[in-house]
Ligand binder design. Structure first.
Ligand code: BES
Ligand code: ZN
Length: 626
């Protein structure tokens, strides 16, 4: 039996037993997650964490967070153990709610996953206190020296939890199916400021003696632990609208604020598609350049790379994407990392809809076409099993499943559903989907069940036409996938051909081209055997190495590396040493390592750059360069 069918039977049995739509405010054992998560040691059916209270001190000299996590849990009366996820944590003591020591053990480490922290539960009680400190190498945390910040005076700390890194700084049940509310008090040396993915209770902190200030936060809506995030540094704030604003280092505040000008409008567009924004405020933290992602959808406070500050708002789709996660991902969450496409596929579709509403169909279609082309290129290099939507991650790092398949094949499925029924029917279903599953974590099978019950119903022709099982279980892009093709790219392809055949760069008809068209031109030229003279002409005429648009620069550098074009090496070196986005670093290092020309370059540049990269990027590049 295919696993989907087998899974569906299981889901229905469990749905019946649990009453599904759990009430977030009164956690009980019946609301335990429905499927096992192979990336967590937790045994939530016995005892499940529902609330985390952090009281931590940031020691910048030692590069550790130290303090206590008080965990509230629900349990079966007969449960004897509470099992948490940890990785690299040093556990000092575990106490019960009367501050009496509890027995505990740390099991042997398992690759990717870390160590189970098994706590012996007393006969009654619903809280434990874990006293601990993080390792200076905690993979979620990056401790930056002043020299690695824009201001160069104060140190900086930030966290990145997705997918399974929260366990390197918080001992809790680190599974996306185990939602938890949280509160925190974080102490840092003056004059640093702390921000978190939560409501800020003390905007300016309170004096904690000894030159320290304490910042307090609370998140009353249950979130998966990968969304708990913190940053501390010389961080300033500017309001953008009544519920939006930007945090960043003071020297970047003005440019960040003007780049993010449209944020409030974006929320309006997102709400008309997804229903009311449920998280209160929406702020963006623009991080130092080593942030390993473009953006991370931490609730109430998206974390973003400074490489989106192009100066002309041309990269704001990334914020539309992170904002969309306020519905797909944060409100309705993938239950396991094999269901990651539910987060990213819906979000990518949603991102294109927001962009369409704000900037028009042409721009949205260009973005979708770039995405689709990237998918087709990446799928050609992936093992077929990894081109299924719900992928098998047994024994693997969840990051292995984080390819464009989840994003773009996922978005293609959602778009195909939209086109099969029309927006008049699709949009209410989508809003209903977010409402029916709000504040829960769901599996691919639950998505299929919802689609069947709420949209397809008895329409057998529609069911057969959509054939969702094939989408989910089979490799590749199904033949019935909705087509995506930007008309504005036709002219770009014609110009790319002319240039490849010898036309001078100055004769290309690039009048009025958008940044997306430039990006497309360069992606078209990458496999083309251009001569050094042609590359020189292109760069000199259109100043590609100097562009402020990081996507265009990245696309240009890939063309240059593919042709071993030495004059681009300084720009390449600058790019690889001044920003740490994994998505940009990985392909460039891979391209370099593919040739005898590039290998010494990659090694030399990486030796210099590695100390400035976040662990997430360093781990990926280690595997390529070492
Ligand atoms: N949630 C992801 C970032 C992520 C993915 C973190 C996997 C850890 C593991 C975020 O929403 C994202 O997809 N960011 C993209 C930008 C987006 C426009 C495709 C990125 O960082 O490039
Ligand atoms: Zn995303």
């Amino acid at each position: 039996m295919p696993w989907l069918a087998r899974g569906a039977v299981l889901v229905f049995a469990l749905l019946a037993a649990s009453g599904c739509g759990q009430d977030a405010s009164t956690p009980s054992m019946t609301a335990a997650p429905l499927v096992p998560d192979i990336h967590s040691f937790a045994r939530p059916a016995e005892a499940r964490v529902t609330h985390v209270a952090l009281d931590l001190h940031a020691d910048f000299a030692a590069r550790v967070l130290q303090g206590r996590a008080t965990l509230t849990f629900v349990r079966r009366p007969e449960a004897t153990e509470l099992v948490l996820d940890t990785r690299g944590l040093e556990i000092a003591r575990v106490l019960d709610s009367r501050q009496q020591p509890l027995a505990f053990r740390l099991d042997p480490a398992v690759e990717h996953l870390g160590q189970a922290l098994v706590i012996a539960l007393p006969a009654s009680g619903d809280q434990v206190v874990v006293e601990y400190r993080t390792s200076p190498e905690a993979a979620a945390l990056q401790w930056l020296t002043p020299a690695q910040t824009a201001g160069r005076i104060h140190p900086y700390l930030y966290s990145q939890g997705q997918a399974i890194l929260t366990r390197t700084w918080i001992p809790t049940q680190d599974s996306p199916g185990i939602r938890q509310t949280y509160e925190a008090s974080i102490t840092v040396p003056r004059p640093l400021r702390v921000v978190m993915s939560a409501e800020m209770l003390t905007a300016d902190g309170v004096d904690a003696g000894d030159g320290q200030r304490a910042y307090r936060f609370k998140m009353d809506q249950p979130v998966p632990p990968y969304l708990i995030a913190v940053a501390a540094g010389d961080i300033a704030f500017r309001a953008l609208g009544p519920r939006t604003g930007v945090y960043t280092e003071p020297t970047m505040l003005a440019s960040a604020a003007s780049e993010l000008e449209d944020l409030e409008k974006m929320i309006g567009a997102a709400e008309s598609l997804g229903g009311p924004y449920r998280w209160g405020r929406y702020d963006v933290l623009v991080l130092p350049p080593s942030f390993p992602f473009g953006g991370m959808e931490n609730p109430r406070l998206t974390f973003a790379t400074p490489t989106i500050l192009a100066g002309d708002k041309s990269l704001v789709a990334l914020l539309a994407h992170e904002l969309a996660h306020s519905w797909s991902g944060n409100l309705v969450t993938n239950a396991t990392w094999s269901d990651f496409w539910l987060n990213e596929g819906f979000t990518t579709y949603f991102e294109y809809r927001i962009m369409e509403a704000l900037y028009g169909r042409d721009r949205a279609l260009m973005l979708a076409t770039l995405g689709r082309n990237g998918l087709l290129r990446e799928m050609a290099d992936l093992p077929p099993a990894d081109t299924r939507l719900a992928i098998d991650l047994r024994g693997r790092d969840p990051d292995d499943g984080m390819t464009s398949v989840a994003y773009e094949k996922g978005a293609a499925l959602v778009l195909t559903i939209e086109q099969a029924v029309g927006r008049d029917r699709f949009d209410p279903w989508l809003r209903g989907y977010f409402n029916r599953h709000a504040f829960t974590s769901i599996t691919t099978q639950q998505f299929v069940a919802d689609l069947q019950q709420e949209l397809i119903g008895g329409d057998a022709a529609l069911r057969d036409r959509l054939d969702v099982t094939t989408w989910i279980e089979q490799p590749g892009l199904p033949a019935g996938a909705a087509q995506v093709a930007s008309p504005a790219f036709g002219q770009v392809e014609a110009e790319a051909r002319r240039f490849a055949q010898g036309a001078r760069a100055a004769t290309l008809d690039v009048e009025g081209w958008t940044p997306q068209q430039w990006q497309h031109l360069l992606e078209q030229l990458r496999p083309t055997p251009l001569s050094p003279a042609q590359l020189k002409d292109l760069d000199a005429t259109h100043r590609l190495g100097d562009t402020g648009n990081s996507e265009i620069l990245f696309a240009w550098l890939r063309v240059a590396v593919a042709r071993q074009y030495a004059p681009a090496v300084p720009a390449l070196e600058r790019f690889l040493t001044t920003q740490g986005r994994r998505k940009f670093l990985k392909p460039l290092y891979e391209d370099l390592m593919a040739s005898a020309w590039g290998q010494p370059l990659a090694r030399r540049i990486y030796a210099q750059a590695r100390p400035s990269y976040h662990a997430v990027s360093a781990q990926a590049i280690d595997a390529i360069v070492k």
